[in-house]
Design a protein around this ligand. Sequence first.
Ligand SMILES: Cc1cc2nc3c(=O)[nH]c(=O)nc-3n(C[C@H](O)[C@H](O)[C@H](O)COP(=O)(O)OP(=O)(O)OC[C@H]3O[C@@H](n4cnc5c(N)ncnc54)[C@H](O)[C@@H]3O)c2cc1C
Length: 485
Amino acid sequence: MASQKELVAKLVMVDPGLPRPNPTQSYWQHVPHTLANTQSASLPTDRDFAVIGSGITGLSVAKTLLERHPSATVTILEARTLCSGATGRNGGQMAPNAGEEYMHLAETHGSEMAGNIAKFTFRNLEKMQELIKEYDAIETSEMQLLKKLRVFLTDDAFNDFKKSIERLKAEHPSLGELYTILDRESVLKDHGIHGASGGALVPAGTVWPYRLVTKVFAALMKKYPDRLTIETNTPVESVEYSESFATPVTSVFPYVIQTSRGPLRAGNVVYCTNGHTGHLLPKLRGCVHPFKGTMTVQDPDATVPNRGASTSWGFHYPERYDPKTEICGYGLYYLGQNVKSGYFYFGGEEARMDETISADDSFVGDYSVTHLQSVLPQFFGKTAAAPWKLVSSWSGIMGFSSDGLPLVGRLPLSLTGRKGTGEWIAAAFNGYGMANCLMSGEALALTILGEDVSDWLPEAYGLGEKRLRGTLTPPEAVKALTAKL
Ligand SMILES: Cc1cc2nc3c(=O)[nH]c(=O)nc-3n(C[C@H](O)[C@H](O)[C@H](O)COP(=O)(O)OP(=O)(O)OC[C@H]3O[C@@H](n4cnc5c(N)ncnc54)[C@H](O)[C@@H]3O)c2cc1C
């Protein structure tokens, strides 16, 4: 275990580098959007806001700044194609994790804050639906509103979950009531899932995030042609602060953002860089680290019904480590079914630690894919010996924080190492971006514009001194990653 901890301590501190130029092909992106490679003829400069990252968080920040400020200019800087990070390569689950997390959150932050966090995630999921409707994207994004069946594969995991829900029900009844607990017979008989100790249903959804995000970006480009530019294939190599650019009379652009296409000056820099954050902000390495996930698309045999309009699934098991193979199982598989094709979109992390605590999505581990192929049929009572057809597989990089909470707010000098008060961050959604990113981006943009969001953005997401000295530290990341192994 000592060497395991040493390895993790080393891995979380590694520079994640720039997003790899040759990522695996995500099935969600197999028809690229017309804006996939969009960029201006020459890189603009003197922008009020430079937003780094074109995932759903960057989208939300840009959208809010454009809508809520009458004249602000915004440039999105994206290392690869539009929406080519985690948002364009995830599991498509619009699901809360409040129920499973509540006990831990309440013990760590108190019941009130734990309730605020849970409320925020449920509200964020509603906001996702509102965005999809506002941009007429129900069909394009193939949104389904359904129940997520959380399946617990061991008695311990199920009992822990039930205790967490009981506490949630007692302390925040309106949230606790959203969960319906199911016993093992019901999971098998009513839902056709084998091997469960028990389960629960919770309102959720599925979506095609790449199509949603690119559609909204396209609408923003049309609406704000003079104020928004999107610069894809433009990796940001470094950020500097230079007082000589600051002029007190007109707008000030004290930040010099070095990109592969030359420098861009900006008044504010907003990092929506997810698992790659530590490259541009080295002082955050270890506090935020990349975590590589694997996704597959599998075509089930004809006897398996298509439940994609009514159900999505999550399968929980105790985290495990096999010293012989050095393979870690991280405790969760997630599954959705496409209503039109019947394909299963199935993901989960079962790989060596040096493969998972990694920012390299240019390959997908053979073992991870084989494992996902052998596990999935068994949940439906089929044999692992006859895996279903693999339609597609890819990897993607999540951003994890040492305390499991997103980072949303102004970056203090202690993290940037630079003068200036115009650097901001919304990152590290710990695998639950669809339940957090949209409102985190909105909250950050409103904060930048001087609005008070403290009554709905959980204070625990902020970058206060207490968090920076306490839970947002590299040793805490090592603790979190090795505690249950
Ligand atoms: C395999 C997988 C499965 C997942 N499944 C789910 C799920 O089912 N449900 C769910 O809620 N969440 C899921 N997630 C998590 C979710 O996708 C993320 O939390 C969310 O998409 C994060 O959005 P983002 O905009 O913050 O980051 P991203 O979408 O990763 O966007 C960050 C962008 O920043 C760019 N970038 C980074 N550094 C630089 C730089 N230096 N210069 C220029 N550009 C840069 C990247 O290229 C990237 O496009 C999953 C993630 C993965 C990887």
